[in-house]
Design a protein around this ligand. Structure first.
Ligand code: ADP
Length: 390
């Protein structure tokens, strides 16, 4: 894929090959010897405690910081063969403080790199509008505004749009949501994943927040002081099998619960519900119960929506009567995150919860046992961050 330097690739591979960095006068290397291969089109999160070398590693990629030894290859080609200015035009860069030019309009800010590349005015204008739409902003309303007239979230989106302007095969994102409050951060993270599902870029994403790393990463590189790679794995693998006490400590004691946050109810094998309806013959209801994983039947209404758990008294006559032992609460939705569903079951002090689809119709039964099976399942069954989107 490494054609002419001006060719735009959808996504590039990135490889650190024994890369190192020693700052002048520093007694220890910021990066001792880092080797890492990032596949094209994936989000790789660099995470680790402050001072471990995340920012240094990332900034070596676009030569904002020159490495001291080893090599970094973009689509198989050494970055040291490239002129830094040319390289930076090919690599999108988005940072926490966003760094928009205050005296330029939104359109001019986004157009920075295309103008440097000498694109024609019409092409730039089309690209600006396309990017505004892609990042969820109204071109008409936004084009002529100045950064000071925007909310924090809007500035963040413009920063991402600007980084994407020339369709770079690689994006570097340095704590991009670090300055945003938790609620907006959650929204921007989801938006960004949705955007990534469309654009499929290779992304190097730096954060110190392990929860953000788990949410955003296809793969996570956990770094230790000196840029030492403590583990490079998918979020599920990292949570299931931390490679060392350092990683185990860094991911936290609640790693099983964190892993449950990676899956939705629809991603796991649910129990078949023993469904019965009022008025149906009791012998048929008893057959449904015998065929299910649960000891008692679930009464549903005419639209197949759960009503409650039937008591033995409901089966005493010839036909099922609506005698309940309890209401069907909580109901769990197929789109619920497993961690939230478990929390719902625990709050209601129940072992079982009927699962419903978007129309409220019964889809199965979630139990504490089913969840513990999911925790034991191989990490390969856990969907990627963009697949996890609803
Ligand atoms: P992180 O991003 O993980 O917090 P950094 O890459 O910023 O880590 O820093 C890694 C190490 O390099 C730290 O020990 C830091 O003090 C040192 N360092 C970073 N920048 C410089 C610099 N310009 N000069 C000297 N040392 C630096």
């Amino acid at each position: 894929m490494s054609g002419s330097p001006t060719a735009h690739h959808r996504a590039a591979t990135l490889e650190f090959r024994h890369a190192s960095k020693r700052y002048p006068r520093a007694t220890e290397a910021a990066i001792e010897d880092l080797s890492l291969e990032i596949p094209a089109g994936e989000i790789c999160v660099l995470v680790g405690p402050s001072g471990c070398g995340k920012t240094t590693a990332m900034r070596m990629v676009n030569r904002m910081i020159e490495m001291s030894g080893g090599d970094i290859l973009l689509d198989g080609r050494s970055i040291s063969e490239r002129r830094p200015a040319e390289l930076r035009r090919e690599i999108g860069y988005a940072i926490q403080q966003i760094g928009l030019f205050p005296h330029q309009t939104v359109a001019d800010n986004i157009a920075t790199v295309p103008r440097l590349l000498g694109w024609e005015r019409d092409r730039i204008a089309r690209r600006v509008d396309e990017l505004l739409e892609l990042t969820g902003l109204d071109p008409q309303e936004m084009r002529e505004r100045y950064p000071a007239q925007l909310s924090g979230g809007q500035r963040q989106r413009i920063g991402v749009a600007r980084a994407l302007a020339a369709d770079p095969p690689l994006m570097l994102m340095d704590e991009p949501f670090g300055a945003v409050d938790p609620i907006n951060r959650e929204r921007l993270q989801n938006e960004f994943l949705r955007l990534q599902a469309e654009i499929g870029k290779t992304i190097v994403f730096v954060t110190h927040d392990i929860d953000e790393a788990i949410k955003m990463g296809d793969r996570i590189a956990v770094l230790q002081k000196g840029g030492v790679l403590a583990q490079f794995a998918t979020p599920a693998d990292l949570l299931m099998t931390p490679a060392s006490p350092f990683v185990e400590d860094f991911v936290g004691a609640d790693r099983a619960l964190k892993r449950l946050a990676l899956q939705r109810v629809r991603d796991i094998d649910l129990w078949r519900a023993p469904i019965v309806r009022v008025g149906e013959p009791v012998h048929r209801a008893r057959a449904a119960i015998a065929d299910s994983d649960l000891p008692f039947p679930l009464l549903v209404d005419a639209e197949s929506r759960p009503v409650g758990w039937l008591s033995e008294r409901g089966l005493l006559g010839e036909r099922v009567t609506p005698e309940l032992r309890s209401r069907a609460t909580p109901t769990v939705e197929l789109d619920d995150i497993l961690r939230d569903a478990l929390s719902d079951l625990l709050t209601h002090e129940t072992q079982y919860g009927p699962v419903v689809d978007a129309q409220g119709r019964i889809a199965g039964v979630l139990s504490v046992e089913v969840i513990s099976h999911a925790l034991a399942a191989p990490a390969s069954e856990v969907p990627s961050p963009t697949e996890r989107l609803e």
